[in-house]
Design a protein around this ligand. Structure first.
Ligand code: ADP
Length: 164
C-alpha cells in the first residue's frame, strides 16, 4: 500500500458475524483500497464464541470479497488504525437507536486522534433489525436463523447451542 492508498478498519465484537455485518463489509470494500475487519478483544461483552472461533467465522464468510482482511486488536481502535495506516473507521448504523452511542464514540475517537474519521454505512433495510445478540437468542431457543447468518456461522451456532 502506498501512502495515497485508503485503508479502513471495521471494528466490532462479531459474536458471531451476521449478514448485516457482511452487508456493511461489501458496501465498504469498493470504497477503499483495503478494509480490515478488526475483532475487538477488550469488549465488556461476554462473547459466546472464542476469539479464534469468531476469526474463523469471519474468514470463512469473506472468502471471495476482494481487498478485505481480518485482524484482532485490543486497546484503542485509533491506535490500531494508525499502526496499520488506516485513516477511516467504518461502523454500521441500523436505526436511530444506534446513533447516540456511535456519535459519542466517534467524537471521542476524534479527540484521541483527529486524523482518523468515522464513516457510517447503512445496511440494506432487511438487516436494520438484525444484531448478533438477537441471532444468538433465537438460535439458543432452536429458532431458524438461516437467513441472517453465513452458512458456516449457522453450523457453529447449532453446535454451540446444542440444537444440531
Ligand atoms: P460492537 O460491540 O462494536 O457494537 P458489533 O459486532 O455488535 O460490535 O457491531 C460492529 C459494527 O457493526 C457496529 O458498527 C454495528 O452497528 C454494526 N452492525 C451490527 N449489526 C449490523 C447490521 N445488522 N447492519 C448494519 N450494521 C450492523
Amino acid at each position: 500500500m502506498n501512502k495515497f492508498s485508503r485503508v479502513a478498519v471495521y471494528p466490532g465484537t462479531f459474536d458471531p458475524i451476521t449478514n448485516g455485518h457482511l452487508d456493511i463489509v461489501k458496501r465498504a470494500a469498493p470504497l477503499f483500497d483495503k478494509v480490515i475487519i478488526t475483532l475487538a478483544l477488550n469488549s465488556d461483552k461476554k462473547p459466546l464464541f472464542s476469539a479464534d472461533e469468531r476469526l474463523e467465522m469471519i474468514r470463512n464468510s469473506i472468502k471471495g470479497i476482494e481487498q478485505v482482511e481480518v485482524a484482532r486488536f485490543s486497546g484503542l481502535i485509533v491506535n490500531f488504525a494508525s499502526k496499520v495506516g488506516a485513516s477511516v473507521i467504518i461502523r454500521g448504523l441500523r436505526a436511530v437507536s444506534d446513533f447516540e452511542f456511535e456519535f459519542q464514540m466517534a467524537l471521542m475517537n476524534r479527540k484521541q486522534n483527529p486524523e482518523i474519521d468515522t464513516v457510517y454505512l447503512m445496511p440494506d433495510a432487511r438487516y436494520t433489525y438484525l444484531s448478533s445478540s438477537i441471532v444468538k437468542e433465537v438460535a439458543k431457543h432452536g429458532g431458524d436463523v438461516e437467513r441472517f447468518v453465513p452458512s458456516g456461522v449457522l453450523d457453529m451456532l447449532k453446535k454451540k447451542c446444542g440444537t444440531e
